[in-house]
Design a protein around this ligand. Structure first.
Ligand code: BES
Ligand code: ZN
Ligand code: MG
Length: 501
């Protein structure tokens, strides 16, 4: 989809659908509203009154355009209170504009640069928010469809009144295109069925990202034997039950010039989670191709790095395996030894994410990163706690946590912090090993999972854990611009956060 920014008059822009916004406190006698009224055949006020349109967020008015207009339809959207309009409401408005446009089956849309008259917000941020929502809404995954239901909208013109705003908004659109490319990589990876998205395919995708990076990204892929030499007993314990080979994937991005630090991004790459011998019920297994969404987010970020060029060295670490049940599968009660030497009593083979992350964190520790972030579809308990749209953040450093929360809010991905609550560590005490892989309590499962991971975080490491089990895969649409399926959750937050370093 083409997104162009032009300086001009929205009401004289040529497109099938023209979209303008009105604030709650709009003066309905101003020149703009008067000419808008002309465009819609003089019916603006009458229709607004009839449908109780007051410019509130979420309200809209739809018109067939008058005969002397360059468009077929005019959509008026409520912008809410002028001082409340922000990137997040702009994304929501733009998402609903997009769904109206696709329902109308129009190809071209002209949308005014929302919030241009609002001094509080920057034209670049608004242009970026508009483009992000458009590109996220435009996503479709048709690889497995014989009859493809394709969206018609293919050109959107963002119209700014002011030339400087237009140029700023254009830069915002460019940034959006880059980051949403990364999000799209992640969504495609998650949406691809597990039959086709196994550890090897994940590794190939990492190699592809390196190939397309102009030499900025390097990828190394390690096999089972290498992992055994590195003593990754916990990762290999999960992998031993699968007939497909596991892969341990390491991506490296280096900035030009001296790096301003080193970041490790660790992504859970369980390409299918059957639960293992602690088998999942059928219903819970339906979406388990999404259990590599953490890995997908890391790959999505790496797909953007050659263009976003952060000033830090970035390492992507992906333990990739299926969680299956062949005759060699780990049994509840088995004890394994992780790379850092700690022994784990595996009492539930469905708590496999933390087992593979234990060794990925052990591996990350050896790189001596300044910051380590893991992303994982780790616990159903997190979804119980925060629902389907919000991820949890757990960190061992509060300043670091705050910087990630700020990035998530800039990016428009919902994230709430949970405590790394030391007293619950006792719930992980094992009778025969250093730690057990599930809590002895049925409550607080996302916190005990984080505490388990913490056992494999080396002293002095600044670490954060994002449990993305809810928002990584949308079983119903999230907001107005994210449809069902893989969401690419995390790519936008991490990209925004890396830009702050
Ligand atoms: N992959 C699941 C977590 C999950 C649940 C992801 C729902 C996405 C949506 C994970 O491996 C798992 O099965 N966790 C168990 C842990 C339990 C056995 C302690 C869970 O949450 O039930
Ligand atoms: Zn599981
Ligand atoms: Mg979900």
């Amino acid at each position: 989809m083409e997104i162009a920014v032009v300086k001009g008059d929205i009401l004289n822009t040529s497109a099938e659908l023209i979209v303008v916004g009105l604030y709650m406190e709009e003066n309905w006698e101003n020149d703009f509203v008067l000419s808008l009224n002309e465009c819609v055949g003089g019916k603006l006020k009458k229709k607004a009154q009839a449908t109780d349109f007051n410019g509130k967020l979420g309200e809209s008015l739809f018109f067939a355009a008058g005969p002397e207009t360059s468009s077929d339809y005019v959509l008026v959207v409520g912008l809410g209170a002028q001082n409340e309009l922000n990137a997040s409401s702009i994304r929501q408005i733009t998402g609903s504009v997009f769904s109206t446009a696709s329902r109308l089956r129009v190809k071209t849309v002209a949308l005014e640069l929302l919030g241009e008259d609002n001094d509080e917000v920057d034209a670049k941020i608004n242009g970026r928010a508009i483009a992000e929502a458009l590109l996220l809404a435009r996503y479709e995954f048709n690889a497995y469809k014989e009859t493809k239901k394709t969206i018609q909208v293919n050109a959107v013109t963002i119209v700014a009144e002011d030339g400087r705003d237009a140029r700023k908004a254009e830069r915002g659109v460019e940034e959006a295109v880059t980051v949403i490319d990364g999000v799209t990589v992640a969504r495609d990876l998650v949406n691809t069925p597990a039959q086709d998205m196994n550890p090897e395919r994940l590794a190939e995708s990492a190699e592809q990202i390196a190939k397309l990076s102009n030499g900025r990204v390097k990828t190394r892929v390690y096999d089972r034997e290498w992992c055994a030499k590195k003593k990754m007993g916990s990762f290999l314990a999960v992998a031993q039950g699968a007939d497909t080979d596991p892969k341990f994937i390491h991506l490296i991005y280096k900035p030009t010039g001296k790096p301003k630090g080193k970041v490790a991004l660790v992504g859970k790459g369980v390409t299918f989670d059957s639960g293992g011998l602690s088998l999942k019920p059928g219903k819970s297994m339906e979406t388990m191709k999404c259990d590599m969404a953490g890995a997908a987010a890391v790959l999505g970020v790496f797909a953007t790095l050659a263009r976003t060029t952060p000033r830090v060295e970035v390492h992507g670490i992906i333990p990739a395996t299926e969680n299956m049940i062949n005759g060699k599968a780990i049994r509840p009660g088995d004890v394994v030894r992780a790379m850092n030497g700690k022994t784990i009593e595996i009492l539930n083979t469905d708590a496999e994410g933390r087992l593979i992350l234990a060794d990925a964190l052990g591996y990350a520790a050896k790189l001596d990163p300044d910051y380590t972030i893991d992303l994982a579809t780790l616990t159903g308990a997190c979804v119980v706690a925060l629902g389907e749209e919000i991820s949890s953040l757990t960190a061992n450093d509060d300043e670091f946590a705050q910087s990630l929360l700020a990035a998530s809010s800039t990016a428009g991905e919902e994230m709430w912090q949970m405590p790394l609550y030391a007293p619950y560590r006792k719930l992980l005490e094992s009778d025969i090993a250093d730690v057990r892989n599930i809590s002895t309590s049925r409550y607080g499962g996302s916190m005990t999972a984080a505490l388990f991971l913490n056992e494999f975080v080396e002293d002095g490491m600044v670490w954060a854990h994002m449990d993305i089990a809810g928002p990584a895969f949308a079983e119903r649409p999230i907001g107005s611009f994210l449809g069902k399926g893989g969401t690419g959750y995390g790519v936008r937050t991490l990209t925004a956060w890396l830009a702050t370093l």
